[in-house]
Write a protein that binds this ligand. Structure first.
Ligand code: NAI
Length: 386
């Protein structure tokens, strides 16, 4: 099988879907790997490192797309301005694509239809189920880990005070207080990072299991008062709260946010719009100079006044709505992403070729287009197809 790794074309995207290490593993498995020239440079993985592991460099992306049986990417296919052509139009019938497609999102519907029409078998990394046997393929978890860590560093950087308690010759400075709302994968990493920097940490979540994990990281638990039977859905995921329960949650949070220096927002119900846990009125009550990092911004944000992709001061509070935080940690995030993708390809490969077993739970939940059709349930529902 020929595996093609193009350079990402999304503006500012530094990551690449393979590391020299995973290229070496693919080649040991008997695959051929094509890498577009300079594709890893912004993650500090260099052409010569890939060549040393046995990859072939290709300068023309059209050539790479033409020759590959499987395309590995970080971001969904986009329009390539330099070539005046959509990446899907560079693909061909029978080719495989593995990347983050976010197929249910309306902005991607046309692209998903094009993938189906082109006869591409596409698999989306955002569909990997959070089950133990899929853990080493779960790129979303890897990227959330990066966002939790880097997001807290970004907040600390914008804070005008020390994070840890400081004893100096002129007196003691109190540690910063950090509240994480939504203690899932990203939130837990944010709590751990803030603790390591010496802050006093608080965790708020509607799932009792998440609160227990926050406590185990030394955070103080904020009791939101939502009964577990309302908060937790089948499989242990969070439920979407009704407006009444969300209002009650905001009432609890209103009392504590006035004392916080950093609020890290990472509350989400998979596949849904992010819940608004901070209103503009609530932001007005926060300390001047405090910082909100709203990482749920791709799903609309947890704070009502976050501007997508921007960093802005509103009511004296710095509100960060920076997208693609893992891309700001490109060497580590690429390393993790590349390993997740390698493990997925290995899982799908039988006798050196990809095999789509529709009975397999992992494959069923990541398969988007197959045999010329859109087969992903969440996407069909979002598109109104039965
Ligand atoms: P996750 O599903 O592991 O965690 C979300 C947590 O929010 C869960 O623990 C859930 O119980 C909790 N939650 C749901 N509703 C809540 C409510 N009303 N109040 C309090 N907690 C609530 O998700 P993960 O992987 O940690 O991601 C969190 C967010 O970060 C997502 O929106 C994800 O897309 C985003 N993200 C953003 C990145 C960026 O660069 N901006 C990068 C990676 C992730």
């Amino acid at each position: 099988m020929i595996i093609g790794i193009p350079k990402e074309i999304m503006l500012g995207e530094a990551r690449i879907a393979a590391s020299p290490e995973t290229v070496e593993k693919f080649i040991k498995d008997g695959q051929k790997v094509l890498i577009e020239n300079g594709a890893g440079i912004n993650s500090l993985y260099h052409d010569e490192d890939y060549v040393a592991m046995g990859a072939e460099l290709v300068s023309d992306p059209l050539d790479l797309y033409k020759r590959a049986d499987l395309i590995l990417k970080v971001k969904e296919p986009l329009f390539n301005e330099a070539l005046g052509m959509h990446e899907v139009d560079m693909m061909h019938k029978g080719q495989y694509l593995i990347t983050f497609i976010h197929p249910a999102s309306p902005v991607n519907h046309e692209m998903v239809k094009k993938l189906a029409a082109a006869g591409v078998t596409s698999l989306t990394l955002d569909g990997i189920p959070r089950i133990s046997r899929a853990q080493n393929m779960d790129a979303l978890t890897s990227m959330s880990t990066c966002a939790g860590y880097k997001g807290i560093l970004m907040a600390a950087n914008d804070l005008s005070i020390f994070m840890p308690q400081m004893f100096t010759a002129v007196g003691m400075l109190k540690p910063a207080k950090v509240l994480v709302i939504g203690v899932g994968v990203a939130g837990l990493q944010a709590l751990a990072t803030a603790k390591r920097l010496g802050a006093i940490t608080y965790g708020a979540d509607i799932r009792p299991a998440a609160i227990e994990q926050a406590k185990s990281l030394g955070a103080k638990a904020i009791e939101l008062g939502v009964p577990a039977e309302i908060a937790v859905a089948e499989g242990g995921y969070a439920n979407k709260l009704s407006d009444e329960w969300l209002m009650k949650e905001r009432e609890v949070l209103a009392d504590i946010i006035t004392d916080m220096d950093i609020i890290f927002c990472s509350a989400l119900i998979p596949g849904k719009v992010a819940p608004i846990v901070l209103t503009e009125e609530m932001v007005k009550t926060m300390k001047k100079g405090s910082v909100i990092v709203d990482i749920s911004i791709d799903q609309g944000g947890n704070c009502a006044i976050t501007t997508p992709g921007e960093k802005e001061i509103k009511h004296g509070v710095m509100i960060q709505g920076i997208k693609n935080i893992p891309g700001l940690l490109p060497t580590s995030s690429t390393w993790m992403f590349a390993n997740n993708v390698y493990n997925l390809v290995k899982y799908l490969t039988k006798h050196a070729y990809l095999v789509i077993d529709l009975e397999d739970e992992i494959i069923r939940s990541i398969l988007v287009t197959f045999n010329g059709e859109i087969v992903h349930e969440g996407t069909k529902e979002a598109m109104g197809i039965n």
